[in-house]
Write a protein that binds this ligand. Structure first.
Ligand code: NAD
Length: 485
């Protein structure tokens, strides 16, 4: 085992979980046993909630301009430790080093946004009638929880940590049991940045601890990022317990390619979108609708895909089970009559025989009712469907239950606007394969890709992590009494 066993982080110190139950943390790159992660119990969660509650009064009463000073220092520490964090991220998740560098750079951007929060939460004040003022303030909720997936071990925790904490909350983070190492390192950096003990805590575990979070009376709000199946469970359970909840789920993102699209730019964007992070991105292109005659672009997409080499510029998928599931989808599509233009099955990387790699895969002549057309594959695979018209393409996109992202590739602005209007997804790209809104814009899908109101990052997250206090005040007796005040 390369690293010592993972511990929980409660009240500023790393502690053992109360249960001996544990799971191995395996590097997808080469199958190396990196560490063991404990499966915590309700008692561990209770300890973390107690610590967070005890810290809440002092932290929430500190002026926000002082609270964000921690995040100015945290940003500098992320920059200083970028290389080491990126290496750890690659090791536990399997993505390439350059993808991990981009992930940490995104953590820095997320933290930068949090440092700007004092500018955004000034509240409002207005004299509503003579001598009477109404004022709004953003008040933190208390102890909040953030449950995160495996595919971005550093970025998704940082979707919630800086904003929720800068806004005055205390947090319990539940990392993915597959990638708990980056989270532990983030806890150390937050401490080094001067975050008071107890404000940020980590409780490791699996579904048992997620259920305990949803049920715990001391937790006010739960944010979740992961698959739609679990997002539904978490959203339902947390809200049933009268908690505020925001649960982001899976995706099946459609790219619509029109005949007038710029061939090289389109091919490069499509190939990068379907294969980046080995296709394990909720914003990855997973289905492409080829509208009309675009064979020349499909040929170029195949050429681009062939330049993507497992173990070089393509990382591993998270586990053996994942590799088998992805390859199963490809085989099933082939059996049903789809044509495999580029086949990533049975990928091997010399010297990393225990790594779990799937090569880039392009499947053409997919029918809309095939599993590869409808379901989230979460691997470097793109399923191409053919239509004659844009409206047929939109009908395919609209009928999918997810709604994270959709993109169109065209040079026709009017057509792009038409697709922006008609696509049923929260984040739309025009000639962009991965249309992630950058800060201060917020991130969040529609339909079965997100349950709850508002988005998880950017300005929209302020509403989720705070409640509004409205005060009406009158200090001059001459104001008298009118019908409202
Ligand atoms: P997952 O749903 O399996 O796990 C997410 C979290 O839930 C983990 O912390 C895990 O321990 C916990 N969990 C797993 N099963 C559970 C259960 N039955 N009950 C309670 N908790 C449970 O997701 P994953 O495999 O880690 O991540 C991949 C998924 O996340 C993909 O579907 C991807 O699209 C999605 N994702 C979505 C977004 C988004 O913004 N919409 C972002 C990143 C990832």
């Amino acid at each position: 085992m390369k690293y010592s066993p993972v511990q929980n982080y409660i009240n500023g110190i790393f502690v053992d979980a109360s249960s001996a139950r544990k799971l191995p943390v395996i590097s997808p790159i080469d199958g190396n046993h990196l560490s063991d992660v404990p499966m915590s119990t309700g008692k561990d969660l209770d300890d973390a909630v107690k610590a967070a509650k005890a810290s809440f009064t002092a932290w929430s009463k500190m002026p926000i301009k002082e609270r964000v000073q921690v995040f100015f220092r945290y940003k500098t520490l992320l920059e200083k430790n970028l290389k080491e964090l990126a290496e750890l991220c690659s090791e536990e998740n399997g993505k390439t080093y350059s993808e991990s560098v981009a992930e940490i750079e995104k953590c820095i951007e997320l933290t930068e946004f949090a440092t700007s929060l004092p500018q955004l939460v000034t509240g409002e004040i207005l004299e509503v009638s003579k001598g009477v003022e109404c004022r709004t303030e953003h008040v933190p909720l208390g102890v909040v929880a953030s449950i995160v997936p495996f595919n971005f071990p550093a970025m998704v925790p940082n979707w919630t940590i800086p904003n929720a904490i800068a806004l005055g909350n205390c947090m319990i983070l539940k990392p993915s049991e597959k990638v708990p190492l980056c989270s532990a390192r983030l806890a150390q950096l937050l401490k080094e940045a001067g975050l008071p003990d107890g404000v940020f805590n980590i409780v490791n575990g699996d579904s048992e601890i997620v259920t305990a979070i949803c049920d715990h009376p001391g937790i006010e709000a739960v944010s979740f990022v992961g698959s739609t199946k679990v997002a539904k469970i978490v959203y339902q359970r947390a809200t049933q317990n009268f908690k505020r909840a925001l649960a982001l789920g899976g995706a099946k993102n459609h790219l619509m390619v029109l005949p007038d699209a710029k061939p090289d730019m389109t091919a490069q964007n499509v190939a990068a979108s379907m294969s980046g992070c080995a296709g394990q991105r909720c914003m990855a292109a997973s289905a492409m609708v080829a509208v009309g005659e675009v064979d020349h672009i499909i040929n170029k997409i195949c050429d681009e895909a062939k330049k993507i080499i497992p173990g070089e510029n393509l990382g591993a998928v998270i586990s053996k089970e994942s590799k088998e599931r992805i390859e199963g989808y490809i085989t099933e599509a082939e059996k049903q009559g789809a044509k495999i233009l580029v086949d990533g099955r049975n990928a091997k990387v010399k010297g990393k025989e225990n790594g779990t790699y799937v090569g880039p895969t392009v499947i053409d002549y997919v029918k809309p009712d095939m599993a590869v057309a409808k379901e989230e594959i979460f691997g470097p695979v793109i399923s191409i469907m053919r239509t004659k018209t844009v409206d047929e393409a939109l009908a395919i996109e609209n009928s999918n239950p997810y709604g994270n992202a959709a993109s169109v590739f065209t040079q026709n602005g009017g057509m792009a606007r038409y697709i922006i209007d008609k696509a049923s997804a929260g984040m739309i790209g025009v000639n962009v394969g991965v249309p992630v809104p950058r800060e201060p814009f917020s991130f969040g899908g529609w339909n079965e890709s997100k349950f709850g109101v508002g988005d998880i990052t950017g300005k929209s997250s302020i509403e989720f992590w705070t409640k509004l206090k409205k005060s009406t005040t009158k200090w001059n007796p001459e104001a008298g009494v009118n019908w409202m005040s």
